[in-house]
Design a protein around this ligand. Structure first.
Ligand code: TMP
Ligand code: ASP
Length: 242
């Protein structure tokens, strides 16, 4: 791994070029928020996020959602397909929280009648601004036809993940996904699906089990988090392929 070409190096993972159309993603024990303003090392985060993302993306692959994920190689490494990233973040919300609650002056926790889909331009310097379909097309990032497909896949991912997490006693509040174009030009889900990119609340207590703990400086309870995630992983892996 040490001699492989680095394609991307970010705060929480490094991407290496593999053979042919393969890439290797190595997760790091590091977390950032607010576009790098806040950062910290979290022991075992790489292992947890790699395991969670591998399991979730494997589950999506098995259920007919094309993702870039091929296999988990080690505790902290995945083999994936190379894709050309589309710089759009698709946010799916089942419960109003975070930036939507702030922007519209709403309380966290309101359940809307309909599922909400937001698009953000992936641009750290601009703070990932909210855009709409017409912006995305005008910027030349996607076609209207591709957007239709992206919304359909996002809704399917949401249905599958709401069910998966519910079986582990977790409410999927919202999440962010990204898409890329594979070598054959088809759109596939790329990047990670972890507690860094989702809001996950304990169904019974509504306790936060995701990156909001870090964003908001909620009491750091690493042992408890580890217990939660280990329990969730066990539940998810034992139930999800049933
Ligand atoms: P938001 O409340 O900040 O809009 O975030 C909604 C969800 O999307 C939340 O689960 C965090 C995730 N997200 C990312 O993973 N990366 C991002 O850059 C943004 C803006 C949101
Ligand atoms: N994209 C932002 C960041 O990772 C949003 C967040 O706080 O998660 O810094």
């Amino acid at each position: 791994m040490a001699e492989m070409e680095i394609l991307y190096s970010g705060s929480s993972k490094v991407v290496y070029k593999g053979e042919g159309d393969d890439i290797f993603i190595r997760f790091k024990d590091y977390i950032t928020a607010f576009y790098g303003i806040k950062g910290a090392r979290i022991e075992n985060k790489a292992k947890m996020n790699c395991c969670i993302s591998s399991m979730v993306l494997g589950y999506l692959n098995d259920n007919g959602v094309a993702t870039h994920f091929l296999e988990q190689m080690s505790d902290t490494e995945q083999r994936c397909r190379i894709v050309k990233h589309i710089p759009i973040e698709v946010i799916v919300r089942n419960v109003i929280a975070g930036s939507m609650a702030r922007r519209l002056g709403l309380e966290d926790g309101i359940i809307p009648e309909n599922t909400i889909f937001d698009l953000c331009l992936r641009d750290n310097e601009l703070g990932d601004p909210l855009i709409n379909d017409h912006h995305a097309v005008a910027l030349g990032l996607v076609t209207y036809e591709e957007l239709k497909h992206i919304y359909e896949v996002s809704a399917k991912v949401n249905a599958l993940l709401v069910d998966l997490y519910a079986r582990a006693g977790i409410k999927l509040v919202d999440f962010k996904i990204e898409f890329g174009r594979a070598a054959d030009n088809t759109l596939v889900l790329a990047d990670e699906l972890t507690p860094d990119t989702c809001r996950l609340w304990d169904i019974a207590t509504e306790e936060r089990m995701d990156k909001d703990r870090f964003r908001r400086d909620l009491v750091v309870c690493a042992k408890r988090m580890r217990r939660w995630h280990n329990a969730s992983l066990t539940n998810l892996t034992s139930n999800s392929y049933a």
